[in-house]
Each structure stands twice: as structure tokens, then as C-alpha cells.
Design a protein around this ligand. Sequence first.
Ligand code: KE4
Length: 432
Amino acid sequence: MNVSRVPRPRSHEAYRRAQRLIPGGVNSPARAFGAVGGEPPFIARGEGPYLYDIDDHKYVDLIGSWGAMILGHAHPEVVEAVTEAMKAGSSFGAPTERESEIAELITEAVPSVEMVRMVSSGTEAAMSAVRLVRGVTGRNVIVKFEGCYHGHVDSLLVAAGSSALTHGTPSSPGVPPGCTQDTLVLRYNDVHGLEAAFASRGREIAGVILEPVVGNMGLVPPTADFLTALRSLTTRFGALLVFDEVMTGFRLAFGGAQELFGASPDLTIFGKIIGGGLPVGAYGGRADLMKHIMPAGKVFQAGTLSGNPLATAAGVATLRILRDRPPYDHLEHLGLRLEDGLRDLATAARIPHQVSRVGSMWTLFFTEKPVTDFDSARRSDTARFARFFWSMMDHGIYLPCSQFEAAFLSAGMDESHIDRILHAAGQSFLSL
Ligand code: KE4
């Protein structure tokens, strides 16, 4: 399939080299172009809202490291913070004060998080939160929702979104039935389904985990009734409510999706933005729950590089900027301009579409019906998305390489970037 009109010879060679020693040539399937065909450009550098590939092509970056780079690439204050931290040593295996600094920033930003533990990825945060809810309640059943992705922890890699969905393997080989027999998978935004699950197994449910705004089936916001039912049912049956804010945390508001919706989960997991692009994750919540985590309590969790000096330096610098110079109104303004523009252009081109957006997270679905859950997301015309993706790429706009991912705006963008995206989309719609 001839997917691109733009030659990328150096990336082609780099991909061949990578495929010799790295499975699929990538260190994460989300970066492979399985869903759109062709080969991924290899990136030389990022700067502000731009990516530059090794064939000297420049792109407006709408991936932002899958949401982490809300400030854009190589922000000078983040670069400075990490450079200084590196000069002092990259890891000690002993506590540092900056771990308290980032804990203070997170707990001040998110009132429901009274204590927090740093880890090194969102997956690790999700895995630890699941162990905690089971350890605290003495129950085994975990409820998740089709299309939500919480990293590649065995018990949650069922009907997962993101690249698990993109590559058509919502449930992975290598996950023994024993790991998922206690995982109950429900439909997102389905209040009746949730009520029925609690009616039949409520006293077995340790916790419910969800993306409070889903990015991993493409962008799907929750209904107010769904959020209300989640909180009331978990409380009534003694289960714990876990918000996976790895993507939405510090993205949709400084206090994340829970600030936007006035929600108060028992536990929250974080990643991406809190590490400013370095490997990071965190889980936190009610102090009475977190005090069960070793060594304060008996629920085991550990990590050599948890809270390491470089990730905390990048994270503290990033969170301070977001706290002191919040970009959220600016990002909402840009997001609304983009949403209205895309809708107008797709309508004029008579292309069935849905534009789904919350703040600076958005997805253009190629389907005529509203997308409210996994089934409606999967009705999208993924072949048309692939053609759109490559046309946008050739116009210098780098979208996430799957219909089932959210795209991200970054704070360094202005209206001129939105207009560039809209111009490219308008041209692309003509050839879909
Ligand atoms: P990591 O283990 O990749 O740091 O975080 C897992 C995770 C957990 N929860 C949510 C809501 C997430 O979006 C993620 C990771 N997101 C994907 C993109 N959809 C990361 C991209 C990748 O896997 O390479």
C-alpha cells in the first residue's frame, strides 16, 4: 500500500536496522504503524510543538509522547532542571527531598490524593493500585471497562484499548486465565450494566478502575450519570473507586479530570505529565488506604528507580509551570477552534465524522454515530483514518497512528498551529 508521497530514506534504513534486534522495530507497539500501514519516521529531536525526523521533515506534534509533553518538547526550564539534577547524580537508592517536593505538588493539586507513592510507569501504578485495593478490602474482583487501557498489567489486559485494541489483540497471549478470572469487564458509560454487576457480585468487588475521560479507544468522555453511579455504587458496596489519570492528570486541569467533574475517587494513578517526559508513574489517594503500602503497611510494592532524581526534577519543573502559569484556558481556546474547524471542514466535505474533545485531548472519529463506548468506537472507518493519517503526515502534521488513540495539543501552540492543522485537514478531506 503506497501510503506516503514523501520519501523518508533514512527512516526506512533506521527501521530495517531496528527490526533486526527489537521486536517489530519498536519498543512499544503503539509506535508501530500497524493500523495505518507504512513505516514510522524516526525522530531526531523535538522542539516546542514540533518533531523533526531524521530525514529533516518537520511536523506539528499531536502525539506529545502520548500526552506527557503538555509543555512541548525541550522546555528550557525542564531541560535546565534535569541537567542540574544529572550533574548531582542520577540515582542513589536512597531517599531525596525532591520526592517530597513532587508528592507535595501532586497532593496540593488533587485534594482526593492525601498520600502518594512514585513508581516508574503508568503500568506499575495501575498494578500497584490493583494490589492495594485487593489487599485493603480482602476481595478479588476488579471491574474495568472495554476500551480502557491501564498499561500491560496481566489482570487488566482484557478488552484493553490503545495498542492492544489497535493491533486487534484486546486480550494478549501469555495471560493465564487465573490472572483475569477476577476481572469483570463492563461497557463504558453503561449505568445499567454497572448496577447489574454490583447487584449480582457487589460484595466480591474490590475496586472499579476507569479512565475518567477515555483516551485509549479514541477520546470518549463519561456521562454525568455514569460518574455518579460509579461513586454511589462503590461506596454502597464497600468497593474502591480508582481513577486512571495517567493521561488526564494535569492535562485536563491542574487537578485532572476529577477537578473538571467534581469527582472524588478513593485512589488515582498518574504518569506521563508528572515526569515531564521521563519514566514515571504514581498512585495515591486516601491516607487510610495508602498507609497499607509497605513499609507503612503490609501490601508490598517496590522499585529501584521509583522517585528517581531525574524524573522528579523533570516532574517538579513541569508541575510548577502548570501551577504558576496554567495553560488550560489557552489550551481550551485552541481545542475549541480546532473542534469547530474540523467539524465545519468534514461536514463541507460530506465525510461522516464525530469530533470528540475534552480540553486539549481530542479524536476525529470517521463514523456518523456518536462514540460513547468501545462498540461505537469500533464502528469507525479505520481504513479512512489510515488515509487521513498519511495525508496529514505528508502535510507536516503528526497524528497518533491509530483511530483508537487521543491526540494532544501542547501549550507552546498558538492559533497559527491550529490553522495549519485545519488547512492540512481540509486538503486531506478532499482525497479521502
Ligand atoms: P505506561 O506504562 O505506558 O507509562 O502507562 C500505561 C497507561 C496507563 N493508563 C493510561 C490511561 C494510559 O494511557 C497508559 C499509556 N498510554 C499509552 C497510549 N495510549 C502509552 C503508549 C504506549 O503504550 O507506548
